[in-house]
Design a protein around this ligand. Sequence first.
Ligand code: ADP
Length: 399
Amino acid sequence: MNVLVINCGSSSLKFQLINAENEELIAKGLCERIGIEGSQLVYSPTGGEKVTKVVPMPDHTAAVKLVLDALCDKETGVVKSLDEINAVGHRIVHGGEKFAVSTLLTDEVIKGIEECNDLAPLHNPANLIGINACKELMPGVPMVGVFDTAFHQTMPREAYIYGIPYEYYTKYKIRRYGFHGTSHAYVSRRAAELLGKSYEDCKIIVCHLGNGASVSAVKNGKCVDTSMGLTPLEGLIMGTRSGDLDPAIIEFIAKKENKSIDEIMTILNKESGVLGISGGLSSDFRDLEGAHDKGDEAGTRALETFSYRVAKYIGAYMVAMNGVDAICFTAGVGENSPFVRAVICEKYLPFMGIKLDTEANNKRGEDIIISTNEQGPKVMVIPTNEELMIARDTYALTK
Ligand code: ADP
């Protein structure tokens, strides 16, 4: 059974076709600049040559149509016809409190997702456009929604309630939701396998460190806390997002710089994080590490501040779980930066007795334990695979 996994953004659409039985990737690709001049499709069949097509894509329906044509193409395609695409799994950013698990997309469920638009106005509407485009072009093919927030719905109340008047929770559902849930679920499950323990019997901290970054505490197979909040702005310092902040800073900057709330939110989302801390040097950790290597203080400042915040959350989540068996690193930075992993573990967490194996820490692209200490937590690198998680859930609900 083949599952098409769709991750639809406002002007982009990423896809993977996965054989859900043997979990092999059949093809993957990306549509960029949808609705903007210069749109293009990049399509990579597994084992074949990458195809790039610059074609106008006025809307997402046109993009999905191009993807389906590419998959069925006589020469470079991977299936004979659309009949060989048996189900579609959609990544959906916000499921509010309504969706605690992946769900078959009926008309009623789609309406429920629309009702969550308020909570993720930049993301959910784009996800829905992708759903509607697939519905139009593949009528009758079952579709499943996999929510970024769902895995975190097991958090206890003390972890998700904010210290503001409770009526804002009851009236507007303002609370911690958390994001990257599909990644935290995938990595924590895999960590239990590497530990050789039952998932229901271990304490795992997952550090998803990419452009967007979040930490989660997974105790006995359930998320008990996570660093992102009502929106993905809270928690860690990210590529361009500030993470945790004294809320009074917003008013302070507004007055000093004569700025509106909207302008300040743009600063906190797009001009802050390691980009802001490094004085505008870069949001990309490769550039920051390069600058640090050359003795540029701006790079060091950003990397240390970022790493310290991650370590602080690891400490906090040991409290949330009363201990920890494994600390896992994943996503762009987590998977690819031995330097950041070493700073977090060796500079800021020496009390935990972690000893990193330099050779293992320098490896890339595999699930690996990089610590050698007998006592204390094991440190792991586990490349995330959100698409595979989406395909698994879609298969489970539609097979
Ligand atoms: P997102 O999905 O949130 O956009 P990713 O998980 O793809 O982000 O992570 C992207 C980030 O990973 C880049 O901004 C870059 O800083 C970082 N990254 C990628 N490769 C490396 C590397 N070799 N060393 C350090 N950082 C890297």
